[in-house]
Design a protein around this ligand. Structure first.
Ligand code: GDP
Length: 480
């Protein structure tokens, strides 16, 4: 019998339990109201308070978004010679998000920047000169989230060394003691990427947020899922707990709210799904990210995948004594592989076509692309990456690779806990080959580990009792 194929009737609420604004034009962004039909019903419901905050955000974004009068007024504050006139700066305040690293990293940090915008009552604008505009639909009704091309700060060298970053201003004491100090500037750059230092990390502290509150333009750069660190601020924490009574579903809701593939990418996704996955009884996704390509660990990783999927009974054992798989009418399983490389697909498909599987199960393998190398920023390449992230979020059982933000986004969108292939795989096979993750939340790889009160190093998991070290990356933390 065919498995659940897309249906557009009562399978789930098309607004995802009220998460999505209901009045968007459907044709300009088909994925927005259709994607629920391709996934299992979510076990997590958004809270009424989150819905209220989202609707209020949307109204504010419409009022302050690009090309509005309020936007133009706020822009005037950035003109040379207007230094010091940042406050009060009119009613609209902004977060300008800058990208770093691959698409998975970008989606995680965009979701984090959006949540920060909600909490700080700012409007999120994303750097639009990359290919993001072609990958995603606008998430907010009646406005755009793309930063206009003529935004005046665009060419500034925003990185850890940027002399006017918040951290560097603190370091050189140009804004004095942050608690009780003042900061009159039209914009501040917050550096929140993996190479941030102790001063940059002060961004997360309550006293520092009180200072930053008055700045109309907050430029932010990050490649991290920094949501857990927002809980370090007691004022934010109270709001977060109301918005997300189930902390394990923060990215699940944010990701489903924000990320709607454009019609072009959605066409790739639905065509592939219907041709390869729709009729199978069960779908297994395996995301294979090889970080140490130079060491050629491909054979070892193949063994690891087999050890994991066979011992966890995600794939049936092969009867190696017999040649040629004959379909015996047993259950059918589609395995969706996502990887830059074709090696794993070739090998696994070969094995399962040379030998019959236990129980007469019919196993088919599918890999939408094999790009060989990462080419972030190229629209066609990123479109394939987004399509695969999405397809992986539609399977029944998901296996992901350690440390990979690509896999984190898939698991978060689907709301499932994956089996994680442990790493690194250089010379030896990890034992066990994989572990079941604890929540669908992404891992925050480089948490601040900073105690705002003591102004000293402290393990974030000790400061925030509802975080734990990630199973795939011990230094990282995740919400549980
Ligand atoms: P991470 O480096 O694994 O954390 O994930 P990122 O998404 O941040 O960066 C990896 C990038 O490499 C992706 O965005 C893609 O551009 C590319 N990539 C890695 N794995 C795959 C894959 O399985 N399929 C496709 N199409 N691209 C991939």
């Amino acid at each position: 019998a065919a498995g659940p194929s897309p249906s557009f009737d009562a399978h789930d609420d098309r607004t995802l339990g009220g998460l999505l604004f209901p009045g968007f034009d459907e044709a300009s962004c088909l994925s927005r109201y259709q994607s629920h039909a391709y996934r299992k019903a979510s076990p997590y419901k958004p809270s009424p308070y989150l819905l209220r905050r989202l609707r209020a955000y949307e109204a504010n974004h419409r009022r302050c978004g690009p090309h509005t009068r309020s936007y133009r007024r706020a822009l005037r504050l950035l003109k040379p010679g207007r230094d010091g006139e940042g406050s009060p700066g009119g009613p609209c305040k902004y977060v300008v998000w800058n990208p770093e690293n691959g698409l998975g990293n970008r989606m995680l940090s965009m979701a984090s920047a959006f949540l920060y915008s909600l909490l700080s009552r700012r409007v999120l604008l994303v750097e639009g000169s990359t290919d993001l505009g072609g990958l995603f639909c606008d998430p907010f009704p009646g406005s755009s989230w793309l930063l206009p091309i003529d935004f005046p700060l665009r060419r500034l060298p925003f990185n850890q060394k940027y002399s006017k970053s918040y951290g560097n201003l603190l370091k050189t004491s140009r804004i004095g003691n942050s608690a009780g100090g003042t900061l009159h500037r039209p914009f501040v750059y917050a550096h929140l990427s993996n190479d941030y230092d102790e001063y940059d990390k002060r961004f997360y502290c309550e006293g520092d947020q009180l200072l930053l509150e008055k700045i109309p333009w907050l430029v932010l750069r990050s490649d991290q899922y920094f949501v857990p660190a927002l809980f370090l601020n007691p004022e934010f924490e109270a709001e977060l707990v109301r918005m997300f009574p189930e902390k394990v579903a923060v990215f699940h809701h944010l990701g489903r709210y924000l990320f709607h593939p454009s019609n072009e990418v959605w066409n790739l996704i639905t065509k592939y799904y219907e041709e390869h996955l729709a009729t199978e009884r069960e779908r297994v996704g395996i995301q294979i990210r090889v970080f140490a390509v130079k060491l050629r660990p491909f054979d070892l990783i193949l063994h690891q995948i087999l050890n994991c999927t066979l011992s966890e009974k995600l794939l049936p054992k092969l009867d190696l004594r017999r040649q040629v798989a004959l379909a015996t009418g047993g259950t059918s399983k589609a395995v969706l592989l996502a990887s830059l490389h074709s090696f794993f697909y070739d090998k696994m498909k070969g094995m399962y076509s040379e030998h019959p599987a236990a129980g007469g199960e019919v196993v088919s393998f599918h890999q939408p692309s094999h790009e060989e190398v990462q080419m972030t920023g190229r629209a066609a390449h990123d479109g394939k990456a987004l399509a695969e992230i999405y397809l992986l979020s539609m399977v029944d059982a998901l296996v992901t690779s350690s440390w990979s933000t690509f896999g984190y986004v898939s698991q978060g969108l689907s709301g499932s806990t994956p089996w994680v292939l442990l790493g690194p795989v250089h010379k030896r096979l990890p034992e066990p080959a994989c572990v079941r993750d604890v929540t669908p939340e992404p891992c925050f790889h480089f948490p601040p580990n900073y105690d705002c009160r003591a102004r000293a190093h402290a393990d974030t998991t000790k400061l925030l009792p509802y975080t734990t070290h990630c199973r795939d990356f011990w230094k990282g933390v995740k919400l549980v």
